[in-house]
Design a protein around this ligand. Structure first.
Ligand code: GDP
Length: 526
C-alpha cells in the first residue's frame, strides 16, 4: 500500500452522548492530553442553553469557531487522532447521524446517575447500522449513581451490544475510591480535582495482594475481589475482533470533570480503535489503500454572516491522497473541480493543507456545488453508500408569504436542505413543499435564515404526519398505491417516492394491505 504508514497512524472518531452526560468536558480533557489546547475551559460547549432561535444564531455567529471545532486533530502517542464534533442539541440530531458516517469508531459517554437516555439509544442505533466500534465511558462516578452491574445490564439491554468492563469502580459518589483497571491490572486512586498522573497508578496483577487489604476497608476489599471474580466469570474476555465488528463494547468508569479515568480511556482508545478501513460504494468496495483518491461530503457549514456568504463542505478522505490544486471528479455533477485553499484543523486552527490521507477531514470552500453525500474521485463514477437520510419527526408545509420572492425562496430552501439543515419533500406531481425536521428549533432556524440570507418570508403550517417511509417494490403496485394515497405521497430531494404516515396505525394498515410494497425508515435502501 502506497500510503500505509499515513493510514495506519490515523484514528478518526466522535464522542457521542445524551446532552449533559459530559461530552464537552471529556473532549476538553482529550485535547489537553493531546496538547491541542493548553488550558481548561478552551473548548466551548456547543450546547444551546435556551430554546430560542436568537440563542442559536448568536452561538452560530460566534463560531466561525464552530468550523474550527467541527474537527479537532491532535497527536497522542504517535497516533494522529481526528475527533469529529457533533451538535449538542437534540434538534440537530441528524447532523450527528451524518457525522457518524464519517468516523471509524465512537466513544459513548453515559451519565452513571441517569443511565442510558433516549438520545443515547438513537445514536447507538445509527452506530449499529454500520457496525461502528464503540467504547463506553461511564461518567460522573463522583456522584451517587446506579449500581455498576445494573448499568452494564442496562447498556446491554437498551443498546443491544455485549459489554465488557475494562475498568471497575470501587464505590461511587462521595465514597468513590478509584478504579481497578482490568486490562492492565492496576489500581488508580481517585483524588477529586487533581490530575491523575502516572504516580497514582499502582500495578496490582494479583488482587489477593496485601496492598488491597492495607489500602481499603475490609468491606471494600471484599467487594472488589467479588466483583472482579464475577466480571471474569460472567463477561467474555475483551477481544479485538468483536470490538472491531461492533459487537462488543469495552466499558470504562471515571469522572471527566475530575480528569479521572480519562487517560486510561485515551490510552486504550489509541491502542485498540480502528484505523481507516475499506468502504462500501455503489459499484464496488473501495479499499482504503488504493492509490487513487476518493472521499465524500458529510457536512456542510454555512457562514451565517450575510456579508460572507461562503460555505465550508467537510470532506472525509476514504482512499488515496487528496492534494491541493488538483482536479477531482464531482460524480453527481459530472464535472471536475479543484480546491486552492483546502483546510485542516490542527490544534483548533484552520490551516491550509497541501495533502490529506484516509481518515482525514478537509474543509472545502463551496459556493453551492455540494450536497451532503456527494462523492469526489479521480475520475471513476461511484458514490459511497451508508450515508442515509433518516425519517424526520416533524412535518410542516412551507408557505410563501411574499409572491414576489418565489425564486429566492426556492433557491434558499434548496440550498439549506442541501446543507442538511432539514429535509425537503415535494408533493408527487405537484409543487407543494413539505419540510421535515427532527426538532422545532430547526424550523425557526430555516425561517430566520430564509429571511436573512435570501430575503424570502415564509411561514410553516403543521402537518399531521409522524413518519416518512421510503417505498420500494413492485412497480405496478407502487403506481396504484401512489394514485390511491395521493395526499400522502411526496418525493425526496433525489426524486425517490416517500409515503408520509399519519400514525403508526396507518402505517401498519398500509403495510398489511400492501404486502408487495416495502416501507423503509431511511433513504438508504438495501
Ligand atoms: P455535554 O452536554 O455532554 O457536552 O456535557 P458537559 O461536558 O457540558 O457536562 C455537563 C455538566 O456535567 C457540566 O456541568 C459538567 O461540569 C458536568 N460534569 C462533567 N463531567 C462530570 C463528572 O465527572 N462529575 C460531575 N459531578 N459532573 C460532571
Amino acid at each position: 500500500m502506497k500510503y500505509s504508514s499515513e493510514i495506519n497512524k490515523r484514528k478518526t472518531f466522535a464522542i457521542i452522548a445524551h446532552p449533559d452526560a459530559g461530552k464537552t468536558t471529556l473532549t476538553e480533557k482529550f485535547l489537553l492530553f493531546g496538547g491541542a489546547i493548553q488550558t481548561a475551559g478552551a473548548v466551548k460547549s456547543n450546547k444551546i442553553k435556551k430554546h430560542t432561535t436568537s440563542d442559536f444564531m448568536e452561538i452560530e455567529r460566534q463560531r466561525g469557531i464552530s468550523v474550527a471545532t467541527s474537527v479537532m486533530t491532535f497527536e497522542y502517542r504517535d497516533v494522529l487522532v481526528n475527533l469529529l464534533d457533533t451538535p449538542g442539541h437534540k434538534d440537530f440530531a441528524e447532523d450527528t447521524y451524518r457525522t457518524l458516517t464519517a468516523v471509524d469508531s465512537v466513544v459513548l459517554v453515559i451519565d452513571c446517575v441517569k443511565g442510558v437516555e433516549e438520545q443515547t439509544e438513537k445514536l447507538m442505533e445509527v452506530c449499529r447500522m454500520r457496525d461502528t466500534p464503540v467504547i463506553i465511558f461511564v461518567n460522573k462516578m463522583d456522584r451517587d449513581g446506579k449500581n455498576p452491574f445494573d448499568l452494564l445490564d442496562e447498556l446491554e439491554e437498551k443498546l443491544n451490544i455485549k459489554v465488557r468492563p475494562l475498568s471497575w469502580p470501587i464505590n461511587g459518589g462521595t465514597d468513590f475510591k478509584g478504579v481497578y483497571n482490568l486490562y492492565n491490572k492496576s489500581f488508580v486512586s481517585f483524588l477529586p480535582n487533581k490530575k491523575a498522573t502516572d504516580d497514582d497508578i499502582v500495578p496490582l496483577a494479583d488482587l489477593s495482594s496485601s496492598y488491597v487489604d492495607e489500602h481499603f476497608s475490609a468491606k471494600d476489599a471484599a467487594q472488589l475481589r467479588n466483583d472482579v471474580e464475577l466480571i471474569e466469570g460472567v463477561y467474555d474476555p475483551f477481544d479485538n475482533k468483536p470490538y472491531l465488528e461492533g459487537k462488543q463494547a469495552p466499558v470504562f468508569f471515571g469522572s471527566a470533570v475530575n480528569n479521572f479515568g480519562v487517560k486510561d480511556l485515551l490510552d486504550t482508545f489509541v491502542e485498540i480503535a480502528p484505523v481507516p478501513r475499506d468502504r462500501e460504494a455503489s459499484t464496488r468496495p473501495i479499499a482504503v489503500g488504493e492509490d487513487k483518491f476518493s472521499g465524500f461530503i458529510f457536512k456542510i457549514h454555512a457562514n451565517l454572516d450575510p456579508r460572507h456568504r461562503d460555505r465550508i463542505a467537510f470532506l472525509r478522505v476514504c482512499s488515496g491522497r487528496f492534494e491541493r490544486n488538483k482536479f477531482y471528479h464531482h460524480v453527481r455533477l459530472d464535472k471536475d473541480v479543484r480546491f486552492s485553499n483546502p483546510y485542516t484543523f490542527l490544534a483548533r486552527e484552520k490551516n491550509v493543507v497541501d495533502d490529506a490521507y484516509p481518515g482525514d477531514v478537509v474543509g472545502l470552500f463551496d459556493t453551492g456545488n455540494f450536497k451532503i453525500g456527494d462523492t469526489l474521485t479521480e475520475g471513476e463514477s461511484f458514490y459511497f453508500t451508508g450515508i442515509p437520510s433518516f425519517s424526520p419527526e416533524l412535518f410542516k408545509e412551507l408557505v410563501n408569504k411574499d409572491p414576489m420572492k418565489t425564486k429566492q425562496l426556492e433557491k434558499g430552501i434548496r440550498q439549506l436542505t442541501d446543507e442538511g439543515v432539514a429535509q425537503l419533500f415535494t408533493q408527487h406531481g405537484g409543487n407543494r413543499k413539505i419540510i421535515g425536521c427532527v426538532g422545532d428549533l430547526q424550523f425557526e432556524v430555516i425561517q430566520y435564515r430564509l429571511l436573512q440570507e435570501y430575503g424570502a418570508a415564509c411561514q410553516f403550517n403543521t402537518l399531521p404526519f409522524y413518519k416518512a417511509c421510503w417505498i420500494t417494490g413492485n412497480k405496478q403496485k407502487i403506481e396504484e398505491f401512489t394514485r390511491f394515497k395521493q395526499a400522502n405521497i411526496v418525493e425526496d430531494k433525489d426524486g425517490h417516492l416517500v409515503y408520509l404516515a399519519q400514525s403508526e396505525w396507518y402505517l401498519n394498515t398500509e403495510r398489511t394491505n400492501n404486502p408487495e410494497i416495502e416501507f423503509h425508515f431511511t433513504s438508504e435502501i438495501h
